[in-house]
Write a protein that binds this ligand. Structure first.
Ligand SMILES: [Zn+2]
Ligand SMILES: [Zn+2]
Length: 764
């Protein structure tokens, strides 16, 4: 004999906009329970009444069978008085006071929808826009809250009777799925060729597929913007795309029809397979398969291929369903833009700006409201290392270890990502890009407005990078009104970001290694090889790479040979003509450079670890001029992978500072050893292995020397995208008994800065 109970259950976590309330409704209804579910500011509140056993069953299913996108962090239940009644209702979000509805990221087509799309008897057979409560566009089509159809770019498509019935049926997979549609009532495909001729629906799709098969370049409207696609097996097509995009050697990503196809181009372990086919569908950087059929020109000199699987129903049609004429099963999929510009996401813009890039356009009439680039991850020891956190992840909240007032953090100028936060939640924007042109600034402005609307955060604090020349900082000055603006040192923000990810509340300090290319130091130097003792409130610079002159700023970033020559000069080593960077530098440029280094003219002192990687890559002859950021270091890492450096070790010089002064790390002894090996004919791979080992040893030695200060080591900054270095450092630190925290949720590069800014900026 079991009694009747009424339970109030508060569910915390990501349970809004993910089909959670309909799930609660159907679960309660199936168990014959009455009550209600509504959203509140921290999650959902459920009341259920009925027999004891059914309630226990309900609680079990709540945890065990929640929708795939829901993240339940905690549940508290309390008994409340019985009220009777028979029905179960979903309370309307718009009436809840002070509530915050969270917007879901865009979600890749689910297996149920994919099966319907393939099924000739299903009414959504070959539907390019099939979606349901568990999948489909969200973030990129929602204009405002509350989240219902009227607030999305589906507003103009009136549901047909069949779709309306599914939408209203709590037992249906499309119950309250706002973008629900079918071939009768949904958006429509169209194809446009260079002459402006258009074809609708299946005819258009056929023409698009034919274009790809014939080696043409197709602009395809995706979820977060336009892609440019071509056959990844055709060197001619890929080279033509590279030429039109003015892309240099920068690698392209490849979209594969499915996991089996992806496994023919790259080496895919179980963890990579899981990430590739997960609902976020990021680009995963994977070792190229030795038997890959992908054209060499897809990613020249690069050890990895960026691979992603088809994620929208339109993609699967593009690859072809059973019975379709064969077509390419691997496509280059690159952002529809000219190098460096923001991705095109409106049809007019795509036709206009991509006019000289594409041979045809596969378009549709469901508008994209905000652009959102593909996300990029690496896999390190079976875990995701984010490189770019965007489509599929934004705007999922990141839990903060300490509560903050409503805040906007504008991020940094490279790989810009901004964030808003309130209480214990932060929302990071999609990837915005490098803030070096008007179009990106305007994209930044739109994105921050959209993010504020979707989260309801009205910032009372704005946090910016301390760099006086950053455009993001200037943006804040223009738009602050009366809102206080707090400046945060770049590398402090890096360390705070990784602390925040790991839930550190800031009461203890960490030994933070922030290794990257560029960040403004309070002494006016370009920092980037920093060891900081830090919590959120403050930091102390414990050690840094000894300053070398960065001559001509960006010029030396784009030409690593200049950085190598600067490092040789600073080390007192001659520019001998047998050294690759000396050979790469014309005599007149060498003369000017030497003059600059000797007089300091046009030079900024830098402690950048990223630049040291560039310099050594050049010194051993790997790369003298780069076409994209970190190219020299990426190729160097690639040649080093899996190589054993043997017993010989390189070491940095370490000079302990006077009381209160930071320790200086001198690369000169290491560079001397590199040159000795080079002249002995030691292979680049072995030199690379010894160099990576030396940087890892440096981290461990410094941590051991400062172990009295803290026992947790935090690794952040773009240099830690280097998996060879990351693994070596983490393993060696663990062996010495340190706790090590590294990035898992936001990128170690500047795309993760905003998260750290939120905490540091509010800890004053
Ligand atoms: Zn679905
Ligand atoms: Zn319909």
């Amino acid at each position: 004999m079991t009694g009747r109970r009424r339970l109030r259950i508060c569910v915390h976590g990501v349970v809004q906009g993910v089909g959670f309330r309909p799930f609660v409704y159907t679960t309660a209804a199936a168990l014959g329970l009455s009550g209600s579910v509504r959203n509140d500011s921290s999650g959902a509140v459920i009341e259920v009444e009925g027999d004891e056993r059914a309630i226990r069953n309900f609680l079990f299913r709540l945890r065990d069978q929640a929708p795939p996108l829901a993240v339940i962090e905690s549940m508290e239940s309390t008994d409340v008085p019985l009220v009777g009644g028979t029905g179960f209702e979903i309370a309307d979000t718009s009436h809840s006071s002070g509530g915050r509805t969270l917007t879901s990221p865009d979600v890749a087509m689910c297996v149920d929808c994919a099966a319907e799309q393939r099924d000739p008897r299903n009414r959504r057979h070959r539907h390019a826009f099939v979606n349901c409560t568990n999948c489909g566009p969200r973030f990129t089509i929602i204009a405002s809250l509350p989240y219902d159809r009227a607030a999305t770019t589906m507003a103009g498509f009136a549901m047909c009777a069949d779709c309306a019935r599914e939408y209203a049926d709590p037992a249906d997979r499309r119950f309250h799925a706002q973008p629900v549609c079918c071939p009768h009532c949904g958006p429509h495909l169209s194809y446009r060729d260079r002459a402006g001729r258009t074809e609708a629906g299946e005819h258009g799709l056929t023409s698009a597929r034919r274009l790809l098969r014939d080696g043409g370049i197709l602009a395809v409207k995706g979820i977060g913007g336009y892609h440019l696609a071509c056959d990844a097996r055709s060197d001619a097509a890929v080279n033509e795309l590279r030429r039109r995009k003015q892309r240099g050697d920068k690698p392209f990503a490849i979209m594969a029809a499915d996991l089996t196809t992806a496994a023919t181009v790259a080496e895919i372990g179980p963890a990579a397979a899981r990430v590739l086919s997960g609902h976020q569908r990021p680009i995963v950087l994977l070792p190229r398969s030795p038997t890959t059929h992908v054209a060499e020109s897809v990613a020249p000199h690069n050890p990895d291929l960026g691979v992603l699987l088809a994620y929208s129903p339109l993609h699967t049609l593009l690859f072809g369903l059973p019975g379709d004429p064969p077509g390419p099963q691997t496509l280059v999929m690159t952002s529809g833009n000219l190098g460096g510009e923001p991705i095109c996401f409106t049809d007019e813009d795509a036709v206009d700006r991509l006019a000289h890039l594409a041979d045809g356009w596969l378009m549709h009439d469901r508008d994209i409201l905000v652009p959102c680039d593909d996300s990029v991850v690496r896999i390190v020891d079976d875990l995701e290392l984010p490189i770019r956190r965007s489509r599929g992840y934004a705007p999922l909240p990141v839990a903060l270890p300490v509560a903050v007032p409503p805040t906007l953090a504008v991020g940094a100028d490279l790989k810009n990502t901004m964030a808003v936060a309130d209480g214990k939640y932060a929302w990071l924007s999609q990837h915005i890009g490098d803030m070096d042109d008007l179009a990106t600034l305007s994209a930044f402005d739109d994105a921050q407005r959209h993010l504020r609307v979707l989260t309801g955060v009205a910032p009372e604090v704005i946090v910016v990078d301390a760099h006086p020349g950053y455009r993001s900082t200037a943006w804040a000055s223009r738009h602050r009104g009366t809102t206080p603006v707090r400046h945060v040192q770049h590398h402090h923000a890096h360390i705070a970001a990784v602390m925040a990810e790991h839930g550190l509340d800031g009461t203890t300090q960490v030994l933070g290694f922030a290794f990257d290319g560029t960040g403004y130091g309070p002494d006016g130097a370009v920092w980037g090889g920093e060891m900081l003792l830090a919590n959120y409130k403050e930091y102390r610079r414990l050690a840094h790479l000894r300053y070398v002159p960065l001559a001509g700023g960006d010029t030396s970033v784009l030409r690593p040979y200049r950085m190598a020559l600067a490092h040789l000069w600073a080390a007192g080593m001659p520019w001998d003509p047998d050294l690759p960077p000396v050979r790469a530098c014309r005599e007149d440029e060498r003369r000017v450079l030497r003059h600059q280094l000797e007089t300091g003219l046009g030079c900024a002192p830098t402690s950048s670890m990223g630049r040291l990687f560039d310099a050594v890559s050049s010194l051993v002859g790997v790369r003298q001029v780069v076409a994209y950021e970190a190219q020299a270091a990426i190729e160097f890492e690639g040649l080093t992978r899996g190589v054993d450096g043997g017993p010989r070790r390189y070491a940095f010089g370490v000079t302990t500072g006077a009381a209160g002064e930071p320790t200086e790390i001198d690369a000169a002894p290491l560079l001397t050893e590199v040159v000795v090996d080079l002249r002995d004919g030691v292979s680049v791979g072995v030199i690379g292995a010894r160099f990576h080992r030396a940087v890892a040893d440096l981290i461990v030695d410094l941590a051991v020397a400062c172990a009295a200060e803290a026992d947790t080591v935090a690794l952040s900054g773009g240099v830690f995208q280097n998996v060879v270095l990351l693994r070596l450092a983490v393993n060696s630190l663990h062996a010495k008994g340190f706790d090590v925290i590294t990035h898992r949720r936001v990128p170690p590069n500047d795309g993760g800065i905003a998260l750290g800014q939120l905490l540091v900026g509010n800890s004053v």
